[in-house]
Design a protein around this ligand. Structure first.
Ligand SMILES: Nc1ncnc2c1ncn2[C@@H]1O[C@H](COP(=O)(O)OP(=O)(O)O)[C@@H](O)[C@H]1O
Ligand SMILES: [Mg+2]
Length: 336
């Protein structure tokens, strides 16, 4: 078997209390045993080979974190078989954790008040990394990032970008077979995002590490992944090469505008005025979003048409997000 990750018919159900409304309901909940079953992951099959970078996508509540928790051994599947590197993660948790690394975009795994190098030394002990491998890894890191600046800085004094870089370096330090990256670029500016993407790609290439990446940023997925797996309401919706989707999220872009006049009124007028452009228009309190298929109409033409009849305070161009792509697949635009 040369799959590093193998899931066969994996299901995870949670038993949750059926909550009742109001004070009376609260009291009722204290005594009732009224449970319902939530199926967070529903019969999933997945095979990943060593060295792949997989974009693991889905809307909020789709079941991504639950799947990742089963792969990291934090949760036990309700049924089905799940093998990571020839082991069952849940029953072999300690061994499994030696072979994986984890980064959660918004909270650090590092010791807050320690300089990074001290965190590294602790990880060296925890994972029993040999001096030779440790020094080799630090040398490699030195060739990829400005490691000297990071090493002597306490994590709490770092910028979000520096901390994310440090978290990623820490996750790869013991040369794990698989690294899970959950929203690694969240909250970062464009320059830092591209730095993080480069680092992940370089580590993957040098160490042949398998990477499971979740992100809302289609840019991350596009830069890093050849293959994407989409999960929806616990079910596998899509598992294929990213190239099958490329033509499609490459073409769609969103034009966001802030009109001088009332947003809702302008949005409603635009739905008529831009009818011929076959765009899709949505709005919130301040922005109107116009999803343009650039194969049919250039975005500049749409902007010109808007400006003919409306004064604009501000505008932005947005690449398509992973959510947009999922929505399109859902609407039947792309087949597996
Ligand atoms: N510990 C838990 N107890 C009960 N329900 C849970 C638990 N963890 C997740 N869920 C439910 O399982 C579903 C999938 O959640 P999750 O895996 O966190 O989705 P995602 O990471 O894709 O946003 C959601 O409906 C969520 O409410
Ligand atoms: Mg999640």
């Amino acid at each position: 078997m040369n799959n590093i990750i193998e899931l066969k018919n994996v299901t995870k159900e949670f038993k949750v209390l059926n909550r009742h409304e109001g004070l009376k309901g609260c009291i009722k909940d204290l005594f009732s045993r009224d449970y319902k079953i939530v199926r967070a992951v529903d019969n999933i099959d997945l095979e990943v080979t060593q060295g792949e970078i997989i974009g693991f996508l889905g809307q909020n509540g789709a079941g991504k974190s639950t799947t990742i928790k089963m792969m990291t051994g934090v949760l036990e599947p309700s049924s089905g078989n799940l093998i990571i590197n020839n082991r069952i993660p849940y029953t072999d948790r300690t061994k499994n954790s030696q072979e994986i690394g984890v980064v959660f975009g918004q909270r650090t795994q590092l010791w807050w008040s320690l300089p990074l190098v001290e965190s590294f030394k602790l990880l060296k002990d925890i994972y029993q990394i040999s001096d030779e491998n440790y020094n080799e890894m630090l040398e490699l890191y030195g060739s990829m990032v400005d490691i000297e600046t990071l090493l002597h800085k306490p994590v709490r004094q770092m910028s979000l970008g520096q901390r994310t870089l440090s978290d990623i370096l820490a996750a790869f330090l013991h040369n794990p077979k698989v690294v899970f990256l959950d929203e690694p670029t969240i909250g970062l500016d464009v320059a830092m995002k591209s730095k993080i993407r480069e680092l992940i790609l370089e580590l993957n290439r040098k160490k042949n590490t398998t990477v499971i990446l979740t992100s809302h940023d289609m840019g991350d997925v596009d830069a890093l992944c050849q293959r994407i797996v989409i999960i929806d309401k616990g079910n596998l919706l899509y598992d294929n090469e990213i190239s099958h989707l490329k033509h499609f999220f490459g073409i769609y872009r969103t034009l966001k505008i802030r009109p001088r006049e009332n947003v809702i009124e302008v949005a409603n007028k635009l739905k008529d005025e831009l009818y011929a452009f076959e765009v899709s228009i949505t709005n919130d309190d301040t922005w109107i979003s116009i999803l343009v298929n650039e194969e049919k109409n250039r975005i500049m033409k749409v902007l010109e048409a808007v400006q003919e009849t409306h004064a604009i305070k501000d505008m932005q161009l947005k690449e398509i997000s992973t959510e947009d792509v999922i929505k399109k697949i859902y609407e039947g635009g792309v087949r597996n």
